[in-house]
Design a protein around this ligand. Structure first.
Ligand code: UDP
Length: 499
């Protein structure tokens, strides 16, 4: 490659390998479009079912002429013993299949290697999800630099890294015992049940060690966050992992057009126009949006308790209930009274909601969220304060960030993680807890105003970091330059090496 091409960022050809879970794929698809708009070529690895779900985006990309190739590799359901079509974590019949799903992805190693070998021009730099450690072998074989894509907050990644490094959890006997995260500038208390880290259940040891190994041997880390949000944690994280870190978020802000916003993830279950006219008819900042991401499956007892809390709050709301949560019992409860009683102020979306369309509407004044990092960034980018209801993964630590540090969250008070609950567990938050949290968040008084002001300031910072010349956009440019400079552009050399 010529020097001139390198300097222009030409010759950068990324292969993106997302984990096929909504919270991991959605930001990677945004990243693909951002990289391509800034002059890089991109190959995004997907599968038939996942490609069908984002058909609207694929069509938009084709029309716009962006240099992105969506490569559909057959998902190895049969090889791994997964039911046919379970190509995304949110399509699994139950969490009992999670481990089989992660193991299934390892069968993609050969097909991905074959696919990459056959490409001309060949991708020169890989960005692979942390949960796809099998990609390390592929990149090594093709002598291609490999960067980890981390979906969670930097605060969470730093905390679990430090806990791991200091062996803190090895010394405790009670999973709920509070411990301090070492080396942080201020005291942060966690427990193993709420913040266990990656792949920790018993029986997952092999997956865990593969993921940690792939993380430690990666050439750098790409993160969906931004400096103004987590500055001190990003600095410390960079120091403790000793690698290059590119903060390139909030990726959701790539989507400016309502059609782009609505096309993310899956086909919405509600007509766009009906949704917008419902929102347009509401007063500014008066509506609470309630949704728990793509994976949490709220049980019937808890769902009806949420409904009662929303009813008691007297607040206008949009509430998302997933298809998998709709037992006959829940449907009966909704249709025999609840929906009618709240019909003048409540909208229940049954299925996939166009979340970013909703959160960015001026009528939205609050978000009751499970604190998944994408949901947090989407609300924060729109200046929407949150009621925090963490369930698993990075969510309890994200709650701490939102409530204790950023001052834009009100905790509903959940302490027991989702995976500790059984079918018959009583609700973790009761109707009264929900009503109180809603009234605190939406309240017009001083405390509420302060939270809203803070949320607005952060939204301003989020928007400006993603504008041309903003820090995250500059990091995207640096990432493209990195791939130009370090990417393996010489496929013949690799062929010889492997002979
Ligand atoms: N999402 C959506 N509509 C839904 C449910 C989820 O658009 O009905 C999107 C949401 O906007 C976010 C992603 O799915 O981009 C969920 O990611 P997050 O990290 O918030 O949570 P997870 O699903 O991984 O628990």
């Amino acid at each position: 490659m010529t020097n001139k091409a390198t300097m222009n960022g030409l010759g950068s050809h990324f292969v993106l390998v997302p984990l096929t879970a909504q919270g991991h794929m959605i930001p990677m698809v945004d990243l693909a479009r951002l990289l391509a708009e800034r002059g890089a070529r991109v190959s995004l690895i997907t599968s038939p079912v996942n490609a069908a779900r984002i058909k609207a985006i694929i069509n938009q990309v084709k029309e716009s002429g962006l240099p992105i190739h969506f490569a559909e590799l057959k998902f190895p359901c049969a090889e791994a013993g997964l039911p046919d079509g379970c190509e995304n974590v949110d399509l699994l019949p139950s969490p009992d299949y999670y481990k089989t799903f992660f193991e299934a992805t390892h069968h993609l190693r050969e097909p991905l290697t074959r696919y990459l070998r056959a490409q001309r021009p060949r991708p020169t730099c890989m960005i692979a999800d942390m949960c796809n450690p099998w990609t390390a072998d592929v990149a090594r074989e093709l002598r291609m630099p490999r960067l980890i894509f981390h979906g969670p907050s930097c605060f969470f990644l730093l905390c679990i890294h430090l806990m791991e490094q200091h062996g803190i959890y090895d010394r405790i006997t009670d999973d709920f015992e509070p411990v301090l995260v070492p080396e942080l500038p201020q005291p942060v208390e966690v427990n193993k049940a709420q913040a266990p880290g990656f792949f920790t259940p018993s029986g997952w040891e092999k997956l865990r060690s593969q993921a940690l190994e792939a993380e430690s041997t990666a050439d750098g880390v790409v993160m969906n966050t931004f400096d103004d949000l987590e500055h001190s944690y990003i600095e410390l994280y960079r120091k403790v992992i000793g690698k290059e870190v590119w903060t390139i978020g909030p990726l959701c802000l790539y989507n400016k057009d309502p059609n782009d916003k609505a096309a993310r993830g899956n086909k919405p279950a509600i007509d766009h126009h009906r949704l917008l006219s419902w929102l347009d008819s509401r007063k500014p900042k008066s509506v609470l949006y309630v949704s728990f991401g793509s994976l949490v499956r709220t049980r019937p007892l808890q769902l009806t308790e949420i409904g009662r809390g929303l009813e008691a709050s007297n607040q206008p709301f949009i509430w998302v209930i997933k298809d998998v949560e709709r037992t006959s019992e829940v449907d009966k409860w909704l249709s025999e009274g609840f929906e009618e009683r709240v019909s003048t102020r409540g909208l229940v979306i049954k299925g996939w909601a166009p979340q970013v369309v909703i959160l960015s509407h001026p009528a939205i004044g609050g978000f009751m969220t499970h604190c998944g990092w994408n949901s947090v960034l989407e609300a924060l980018s729109a200046g929407v304060p949150m009621i925090t209801w963490p369930c698993f993964a990075d969510q309890f630590l994200n709650e701490k960030l939102l409530v204790d540090e950023l001052g834009i969250g009100v905790a509903v008070g959940v302490k027991v993680p989702y995976f500790c609950l059984t079918e018959d567990s009583p609700p973790v938050a009761k109707r009264d807890d929900i009503e109180k949290a809603v009234s605190r968040l939406m309240h017009k008084g001083k405390e509420g105003e302060k939270r809203r002001k803070r949320a607005k300031e952060l939204a301003g910072k989020a928007v400006s970091t993603m504008e041309r010349g903003g820090p995250s956009m500059e990091n995207i440019a640096r990432l493209i330059q990195y791939a130009s400079k370090h990417g393996n552009n010489d496929s013949d050399q690799e062929e010889e090496h492997n002979m």
